[in-house]
Ligand binder design. Sequence first.
Ligand SMILES: *[C@@H]1O[C@H](CO)[C@@H](O)[C@H](O)[C@H]1NC(C)=O
Ligand SMILES: *[C@@H]1O[C@H](CO)[C@@H](O)[C@H](O)[C@H]1NC(C)=O
Ligand SMILES: *[C@@H]1O[C@H](CO)[C@@H](O)[C@H](O)[C@H]1NC(C)=O
Ligand SMILES: *[C@@H]1O[C@H](CO)[C@@H](O)[C@H](O)[C@H]1NC(C)=O
Ligand SMILES: *[C@@H]1O[C@H](CO)[C@@H](O)[C@H](O)[C@H]1NC(C)=O
Ligand SMILES: *[C@@H]1O[C@H](CO)[C@@H](O)[C@H](O)[C@H]1NC(C)=O
Ligand SMILES: *[C@@H]1O[C@H](CO)[C@@H](O)[C@H](O)[C@H]1NC(C)=O
Ligand SMILES: *[C@@H]1O[C@H](CO)[C@@H](O)[C@H](O)[C@H]1NC(C)=O
Ligand SMILES: *[C@@H]1O[C@H](CO)[C@@H](O)[C@H](O)[C@H]1NC(C)=O
Ligand SMILES: *[C@@H]1O[C@H](CO)[C@@H](O)[C@H](O)[C@H]1NC(C)=O
Length: 755
Amino acid sequence: MTTEPWRRGGRAAPSLELLLLLLACVVACSIPVVRAQVTMFTGTVAGRDITSFSFPWFDQDLIKQSNLTFAGNTSIGSRSLQITPDSLNNPQVYLVNQTGHIFYSTPFVLWAANASNSTPDGRRVASFSTVMKLNLYRGANTSVKGEGLAFVIASGKDGGPPPGSYGGYLGLTNVSTDGLPTNGFAAVELDTVKQSYDPDDNHVGLDVNSVHSTVTAPLAPFGIELAPSNATATGGNDGSNFMWIDYNGTARHVWVYLSPNENKPATAVLNASLDLSKVLLDNKGYFGFSGSTGATYELNCVNMWNMTVDVLPGGSVPKKKLPGWKLGVFIGVPCAAALALGLLAGLYFMKKRRKQVGDDPSSVFNNAIDFRSIPGVPREFDYRELRKGTNNFDEKMKLGQGGYGVVYRATVAGDSGQSMEVAVKQFSGANTKGQEDFLAELSIINRLRHRNLVKLVGWCHDNGVLLLVYDYMPNGSLDRHLFGGKDAPSLDWKQRYNVVAGVASALNYLHHEFDQTVIHRDIKPSNIMLDSSFHARLGDFGLARALESDKTSYTDKIGVPGTLGYIAPECFHTGRATRESDVFGFGAVILEIVCGRRISCSNPAGCSQLLEAVWRLHGAGRVLEAVDPRLGGEYDDEDAERLLLLGLACSHPNPRQRPKASAILQNLQTRSVPPLPVPASKPVFMWPVPLGNGEVEEGEYGEEALTSMSHSGVASSDVTSSSHYAYASSSGCTTQNYPVSRELHDVAERDVSTV
Ligand SMILES: *[C@@H]1O[C@H](CO)[C@@H](O)[C@H](O)[C@H]1NC(C)=O
Ligand SMILES: *[C@@H]1O[C@H](CO)[C@@H](O)[C@H](O)[C@H]1NC(C)=O
Ligand SMILES: *[C@@H]1O[C@H](CO)[C@@H](O)[C@H](O)[C@H]1NC(C)=O
Ligand SMILES: *[C@@H]1O[C@H](CO)[C@@H](O)[C@H](O)[C@H]1NC(C)=O
Ligand SMILES: *[C@@H]1O[C@H](CO)[C@@H](O)[C@H](O)[C@H]1NC(C)=O
Ligand SMILES: *[C@@H]1O[C@H](CO)[C@@H](O)[C@H](O)[C@H]1NC(C)=O
Ligand SMILES: *[C@@H]1O[C@H](CO)[C@@H](O)[C@H](O)[C@H]1NC(C)=O
Ligand SMILES: *[C@@H]1O[C@H](CO)[C@@H](O)[C@H](O)[C@H]1NC(C)=O
Ligand SMILES: *[C@@H]1O[C@H](CO)[C@@H](O)[C@H](O)[C@H]1NC(C)=O
Ligand SMILES: *[C@@H]1O[C@H](CO)[C@@H](O)[C@H](O)[C@H]1NC(C)=O
């Protein structure tokens, strides 16, 4: 992704930029296709009377509407139905033995007696077809999965999952009701745990009134693995599958198809006869989902759902075409994104401008934007609830304090009423700045999804106080474990290696896998959280800006131990965070993790003691002497050397010589590749940064001053994309002012390209 044409364009008058931006927004939002996204339809198609509905994704607002009925520990998150909880909190409390039901609230008439052109038994049964995208996803502990998710046609939706229906009962039945005809349901199950009656732990089955399937089909022969252990929560391989279910009411037969992509395969994974008129207790049926976890767990998510059902003569069907759901909710993504970014840019610009003319920056938040109207934002919390949940922000509930403000632990009600533990981050200085950071953070974080990122649960804004609500991380931040002193729990070697690998994976996601390049800008141990299984979760994206207020200078931050060591040397010149500067910060973190020492600096000039010490040992061929003595020799020599060399490679003073996050990840995962080459002594930092071998690049690292480049589209996205994101582009690492217009250009460019 590159923004060449705009980035380097002339600096037009600011008002013109704003105008262009608004124009882009208006154009984007008035495209008719956006309005055409009707989500329910009743009418005649190809001679058949049908009703169809479509959920391209699931927004939080659906919880408040009555179109879907939720029961058990269900919720909407990450734009998906979460049939069982999606939580990073203690799995033994929040994830095991859970059940959930989500049904489309309106029933459909699925068979009729005495219908015209009826069949021998006098009944006519409706046909239907449906397609859904399902994501069965392993949680914190990737060595477990379970239990499964089912698409259900049920006589009633009331009551929710029966008591005791967790585990192998998939939320459908329990030990006393399994198999009873009074259950009145049929279901297609995707099962990831082998019970005694199951063929394996990766199968599809047709369940009629019982979880002992009438027909099952193992999925391995079709090349499908449910809840694969190596799914990455990113676009390509997140472990999702599309499932099509076609039911022919005339033939009274059902076909099930599965595919990892949107192309329906020719061959069904399962087909079976099914007479819904004999299964259902009356002639109506509800469509929906049921799922469960047991001693083992996974996330059971529905990402999208389309359904088309035949309308039977006499079926009580609304006469007129239903309008789409609340249009405001279902405006198209491009439009919403354009609008959000446009507003963001607008706010940003207005604020900057005010500063330029010396005005007091007042709250832009209150009057400028209605957050609730942006689709897909996390839940908004009531301030009173957070105050209550933190015992009125009691000192005892304090988890930590950073440059941005204070973090509290809180207990709040989850989406379906259960209590859950969260971390609440209270922004300080919310009256002067922070609001735009807040906006930036929200609009991006809620779209990021990766197992090594801290999940944002919700937010709250009250009277100038900004609060972000995150999943609670029971093991706190990494720095506590590395530098917490004698009494602090220390991490063993395996845990340390996993933390490095986890952060690398998150970084690779942010830099290369997410649809826009996101720069973290503040990678350091206090921003790396540990979940209950000691897996790393990167937090605080976008908050770097909150830290870097205009008046802050490096010297102000000497009191914050270690901060300087994570700042790449070129940042002092470019004033901009880049992917390369993120990698530099990561290098420092790797060295700290392996050596158990802070990168530590007491003054800007001498802030590389640890780095230099490790480099000297490397030059002397004794790099393993740098390993944390607290490990007592309990580590793998080869792995330790790999990590130390990786740490040095990432700390290369020349940003162009640092490895990319993708290469880092590969180096960590495939241990068979050789460690990265590292010069025997630490190269000196040079400015402007020398070009690599034969590279022809735009001047990102200082050449501009020397050579006047013509900015044609010689887009080397590696270097240029660093400033793509509004929140990624500002000075995560500097005090210098940067041109605002560039950001506006970037944002405008993105608007145009996403529409
Ligand atoms: C969804 O629910 C709203 C009320 O909350 C209702 O007006 C609308 O008709 C429903 N739409 C469908 C497709 O059921
Ligand atoms: C939801 O989960 C919580 C925490 O495990 C549990 O106490 C509660 O019983 C669950 N509720 C339902 C309806 O399963
Ligand atoms: C989950 O259910 C199993 C089987 O009923 C039980 O042994 C286990 O203690 C339960 N675990 C929790 C955390 O409730
Ligand atoms: C179907 O027809 C039978 C006899 O023709 C009648 O007794 C019965 O009430 C009818 N049922 C319905 C639902 O119309
Ligand atoms: C099974 O579910 C029914 C309600 O559907 C409930 O009455 C019964 O107590 C449950 N049995 C067990 C063993 O939980
Ligand atoms: C995940 O593992 C499966 C085998 O279990 C393999 O076929 C697939 O290529 C792996 N995917 C990735 C992205 O590593
Ligand atoms: C359903 O089955 C009937 C009888 O087997 C067949 O005539 C009809 O074409 C099928 N309908 C569809 C949509 O496949
Ligand atoms: C239905 O499944 C059976 C095996 O159960 C298979 O032999 C048959 O080819 C399948 N038919 C279709 C149309 O998929
Ligand atoms: C779901 O329905 C919508 C609207 O009819 C359509 O655009 C989309 O392609 C469908 N999705 C799938 C996977 O068939
Ligand atoms: C993951 O689950 C397995 C099987 O239940 C268990 O043996 C292992 O200790 C768990 N690992 C972690 C890190 O919790």
